[in-house]
Write a protein that binds this ligand. Structure first.
Ligand SMILES: [Zn+2]
Length: 397
């Protein structure tokens, strides 16, 4: 009855076709595992105009502190070309020592292992001296508006407080034990539009070609580099992701040109200081670029993406040491503490408590034939179980 086996937990979850925004039975399956362990279950529906309604789950075991949260998502990305899969994507077939299925590593596998770890802990030691909760969203792979943010707000409003959080997203590049994420870079996007004057390509003095302006401005965004990296982070990096003119006529100078960019930034910057730097660079490049000699400054506007992701770095030794110690005890390898990669829901959780991330090997996530080594499920469960014991030991001390 106790869900101590990560393999059967995962196969139950994979069989639920929970492609965002569909619940697909996945939260119900998880509730079925947590109820016998004594968890109090709350299904939280989140709504917002213009986005699909999303079901989320908050489950808590215990009422006292210290309080450890496990965060994750049961939604999965679409399967793509179903015919291209070696085994049907929602069938959880085990072949060649691997379990196949959408969500196997991202991240139903992490959830299956953490449930098994909690079940084993209770079986061996009884309930932990403190509380464990699951914060599970159905909206991580979608717009992420009706997921973790709203669930955290809902829980905090009813008085929930946490001392630490583990996010079970896949974090290991090659082998289980490679990498723990202890922070994430920030992400900021914007679009510049340069306004020119349309005209005949043979009479450029009567026109003002915005292509010259957009090249000057985008050049200034890419060079020089923003920094050379910091103690815990890679160098900040800006990529111009598109330049759009949409002009079909070779003999016409277009009226406007625009470009979009995305920057992944480290802890030398905030979204605000970075915006100021970019505005200053554009101001200078608009005035003295080499492509428009003798012209007035480039006329342009810039629109920022409304919701930048803020950079964060977790400095909480009880949490980081419990986790990296558990990884080393089980795998014999010391994991790298990293801040690389894209953003995750940890960026929302860090406003409530210290957060780290550790899960499966991420190589097949979002791909056709997403799959996980069955041996990794056992190992990750052992790591999580060791982590739970160590963290409650630390936190209670
Ligand atoms: Zn994920």
């Amino acid at each position: 009855m106790f869900p101590t086996d990560p393999i059967s937990n995962l196969s139950a979850l994979i069989r639920c076709p929970s492609v965002t925004p569909a619940e697909g039975g996945a939260l119900s399956a998880l509730e079925g595992m947590l109820a016998p362990l004594g968890f109090t279950l709350d299904r939280v529906m989140a709504r917002e105009a213009g986005t699909p309604d999303i079901e989320n789950l908050y489950a808590r075991l215990g009422t006292e502190g210290p309080h450890l949260m496990f965060a994750g998502h049961t939604d999965v990305v679409p399967v793509g070309d179903e015919a291209a899969w070696t085994h049907p994507p929602f069938s959880a077939v085990i072949a060649g020592g691997e379990m196949h299925g959408r969500g196997a590593v991202d991240m139903k596998g992490g959830i299956a292992c953490f449930v098994a770890a909690v079940a084993r802990h209770i079986e061996k030691h009884g309930r932990p001296k403190g509380s464990i909760s699951f914060l599970i969203t159905g909206d991580e792979e979608g717009p992420a508006i009706n997921g973790t943010i709203k669930l955290l707000e809902w829980a905090a409003q009813k008085g929930e407080r946490w001392d630490a959080c583990l996010v079970g997203e896949p974090t290991n590049p090659d082998n289980l034990g490679d990498m723990i994420k202890i922070g994430r870079r920030g992400s900021l996007s914007g679009r510049i539009t340069v306004h020119g004057v349309q005209g005949h390509a043979a009479y450029p003095h009567l026109a003002d070609n915005p292509v010259r302006g957009i090249l000057q401005l985008t050049q200034a965004l890419m060079d020089p580099p923003f920094d050379t990296g910091t103690e815990n982070f890679q160098p900040s990096n800006l990529e111009v992701t598109t330049i759009d003119v949409g002009n079909a006529a070779v003999n016409v100078i277009p009226a406007k040109a625009s470009a979009a960019f995305n920057i992944r930034f480290n802890d030398r910057w905030t979204a605000e200081s970075l915006k100021a730097e970019i505005v200053a660079r554009l101001g200078r490049a608009g005035k003295d670029g080499a492509l428009r000699p003798g012209r007035d400054p480039v006329r342009y506007d810039i629109v920022w993406n409304e919701r930048p992701s803020h950079v964060f770095l977790t400095r909480n030794n009880a949490l980081i040491d419990s986790l990296s110690g558990a990884v080393e005890a089980v795998t014999g390898r010391r994991p790298k503490l990293s801040t690389t990669g894209g953003t995750s829901d940890a960026r929302f959780i860090k406003d409530y408590c210290p957060v780290v991330e550790f899960g499966l090997v991420g190589q097949t996530m979002h791909m056709v034939d997403e799959r996980v080594a069955v041996a990794d499920l056992d190992t990750l469960t052992e790591i999580y179980e060791t982590f739970i014991a160590r963290w409650f030991g630390h936190a209670a001390a």
